[in-house]
Design a protein around this ligand. Structure first.
Ligand SMILES: *Cc1c(COP(=O)(O)O)cnc(C)c1O
Length: 297
């Protein structure tokens, strides 16, 4: 039994700016991989689910914020495979009814454990997490039987799943762009890229030093990639009226829904860089639509 990742299609974007600059822009529609789950989250889970099923463990445990696409994905995979999942959610004041994400997760059968922001922070270090899980086990879980997925789902198996994006792209291209949260997706992309192709990541949060280093750790001495920190709009889920307007107009014009947390920032960045003649004339760009629009109205 393996988690199926449907191949997503490529669509070309039209527009005066693209014609004027002689740029071809394609979107790889990973957002169509699953009706609720961000495409890249599904890819990141593929080999983790496989490892879980071979591990003999009882439960898949992960953590995230109340709007986390990774929580949605883990809950959905749990339902699909009959796996018991537990989500440690940041925000003790929350309930399963407080938003559509948590509602969906609970309906998928995910057990939700709400913790304060303070406590959540302590889970980022290994000892803090271990002692939290140890205490938790007396209530709900048998700690030894837990398969732990890190926050945001970033691990080697997640990167492996994202290595499968590039081989699906059947056209020649010069640049590949994606939104960057933890960096797992772009790591997989970089690993599969040809040397003459460039990957450009658009981080959606501040974290200059950290992200750069984390990606380097996973891609070794490859250097045909870069992160552009010019388009995070102040941080995770931070937005402006201009960005929101851009997302609405882009979605309507191209009949491809985007949102302002991930793909909106990437497309805004791509268009801005095109205007600034960053890309070489005649270049073909492929932008990965990682999804994230299902729970955004
Ligand atoms: C999580 C997510 C990303 C970021 O992926 P990482 O592998 O964490 O860098 C990008 N887009 C969407 C829609 C996401 O949900």
């Amino acid at each position: 039994m393996t988690l199926q990742v449907k191949e997503s299609r490529l669509e070309e974007i039209q527009g005066d700016l693209l014609i004027e600059k002689g740029i071809r822009l394609f979107v790889k529609r990973d957002d169509l991989i699953h009706p609720y789950v961000s495409g890249n989250k599904w890819r990141k889970l593929k080999y983790n689910v496989e490892a879980f099923l071979h591990s003999g463990k009882d439960a898949l445990l992960t953590l995230g914020g109340a709007y986390s696409n990774h929580i949605i994905a883990t809950a959905a995979a749990g339902k699909e495979f009959g796996i018991q999942t537990t989500g440690i959610i940041r925000g003790e004041e929350l309930t399963a009814d407080s938003n559509p994400v948590l509602h969906f997760a609970r309906d998928c059968g995910m057990e939700l454990v709400f913790v304060s922001r303070e406590q959540y922070k302590s889970l980022h270090d290994e000892t803090g997490l271990q002692s939290f899980l140890y205490n938790l086990k007396h209530k709900t879980l048998n700690f030894k039987h837990i398969f732990l997925l890190p926050e945001g789902g970033f691990n080697e198996l997640a990167v492996k799943g994202c290595e499968e994006i590039i081989p699906e792209i059947e056209i020649p291209f010069d640049y590949i762009c994606c939104a960057v949260g933890t960096g797992a997706t772009i790591c997989g992309i970089i690993r599969s890229l040809k040397v003459e192709q460039q990957a450009i990541g658009f981080p959606v949060l501040q974290g200059e030093g950290f992200l750069q280093k984390q990606i380097e750790e996973y891609v070794g001495d490859k250097n045909n990639w870069s992160l552009n920190f010019g388009y995070h709009f102040g941080g995770y889920a931070k937005t402006t009226d201009e960005l929101k307007k851009f997302c609405t107009e882009f979605s309507e014009r191209n009949k491809i829904p985007i949102e302002s947390i991930y793909t909106g920032k990437m497309f805004y960045g791509i268009y801005d860089l095109i205007k600034k003649n960053f890309f070489k004339p005649g270049a073909t760009i492929v932008a990965i639509h990682t999804g994230g629009t299902s729970f955004i109205s």
